[in-house]
Design a protein around this ligand. Structure first.
Ligand SMILES: C[C@](O)(CO)[C@H](O)COP(=O)(O)OP(=O)(O)OC[C@H]1O[C@@H](n2ccc(N)nc2=O)[C@H](O)[C@@H]1O
Ligand SMILES: Nc1ncnc2c1ncn2[C@@H]1O[C@H](COP(=O)(O)OP(=O)(O)OP(=O)(O)O)[C@@H](O)[C@H]1O
Length: 283
């Protein structure tokens, strides 16, 4: 029986600006998105009917609320397919953590079904389908490094920013993205990222300036509720990170390092307090 295995990588936001609230409640954003090499592994097999979702982590939903279910449903409806799938999600990305774990699994499923059923969809077509599942899904399909605009679906590929040392630390809380956007007061934003300057620093491979100028306007909302995020940022800077920021709507904090030894030392210290700490690299 044919079996497809797809890697689903986590993302971080090197910057995140919110420009305005749209009529439908969604927000127009400007963000620099970067994949890192922490990944879930998605295995897909065809079965006769329906869908079976399994995971190594009991917190992963196995019903229709799983984003991979939505990906399967969209493909079946579009192509009038009445075949089923078995999906195994080997989950390594923390859940509801600002790392787009669910979105990346859904992106992997769209790519995997395209292959399994020889649908011949291009990357762009997959990305167009993906936005119906979630705003981060198109980026998860594109991968690498990108500027995201619109609600996150208008993507411009940026120069490669790979092999940079990143430390991720996720406190034991789950944050709802909808809550964070809803509680953001656009008038209260005092510091915004200079996205285009950041892109120039990235093009010059000036990692120090990138790290020092990163801004995520959602931090204020999430940190107000969970001050531990600010403490972790401080720990990373004290541990020698060039810069540290919350990813997405949080609560994951990442630090950029240019020195693997300092990263490993901070990792060891943070692991005494937190169970989810990962040393990764940008891809
Ligand atoms: C925070 C980020 O992860 C940063 O990359 C994304 O902006 C959110 O992407 P996501 O989780 O894929 O978002 P979705 O699943 O589409 O939406 C979750 C909720 O976040 C809010 N949302 C999301 C994206 C956006 N541009 N504006 C919003 O206001 C909406 O209230 C929505 O109900
Ligand atoms: N495949 C999946 N993996 C993890 N969570 C999933 C999945 N499918 C649905 N969910 C649900 O989605 C919610 C958000 O999980 P996810 O890990 O995608 O959040 P996130 O990393 O904060 O996403 P984003 O950064 O895109 O806002 C969780 O409450 C979880 O129950």
């Amino acid at each position: 029986m044919k079996r497809i295995i797809v890697d689903a990588y986590a993302k971080i936001n090197l910057s995140l600006d919110v420009l305005r609230r749209r009529e439908d409640g969604y927000h127009e954003v400007e963000m620099i998105m970067q994949q890192v090499d922490l990944k879930d592994i998605i295995t897909i097999k065809e079965i006769e009917k329906g869908i079976i979702i399994e995971s190594n982590k009991k917190e992963v939903p196995t019903d229709s609320s799983n984003l991979v279910y939505k990906a399967w449903d969209i493909i079946c409806k579009k192509f009038n397919i009445d075949r089923g799938v078995y999906i195994n999600i080997n989950k390594n990305i923390p859940i509801a953590a600002g790392l787009a774990g669910g979105s990346s699994d859904a992106a992997a499923l769209l790519k995997g079904l395209n292959k399994l059923w020889n649908l011949g969809l291009t990357k762009n077509e997959l990305m167009e389908l993906g936005v119906n599942i979630g705003a981060d899904v198109p980026f998860c399909i594109m991968g690498g490094t990108a500027l995201a605009q619109g609600i996150g679906e208008k993507l411009t590929r940026l120069n490669n920013f790979s092999n940079i040392y990143i430390l991720l630390a996720t406190p034991d809380i789950q944050v709802s993205t909808a809550y964070v956007y809803k509680n953001l007061n656009l008038k209260e934003i005092s510091v915004r990222p200079d996205t285009h300057k950041l892109i120039e620093y990235m093009e010059d491979n000036d990692i120090d300036s990138v790290a020092k100028k990163m801004v995520n306007v959602l931090e204020n909302v999430t940190i107000k509720k969970y001050p531990i995020i600010q403490e972790i940022k401080k720990d990373m800077i004290n541990g020698g990170a060039l810069g540290s920021l919350m990813s997405g709507s949080g609560p994951t904090v990442f630090g950029i390092y240019n020195n693997e030894k300092l990263l490993k030392e901070t990792e060891r210290k943070l692991k005494k307090r937190l169970s989810k700490v990962y040393s990764v690299k940008t891809i």
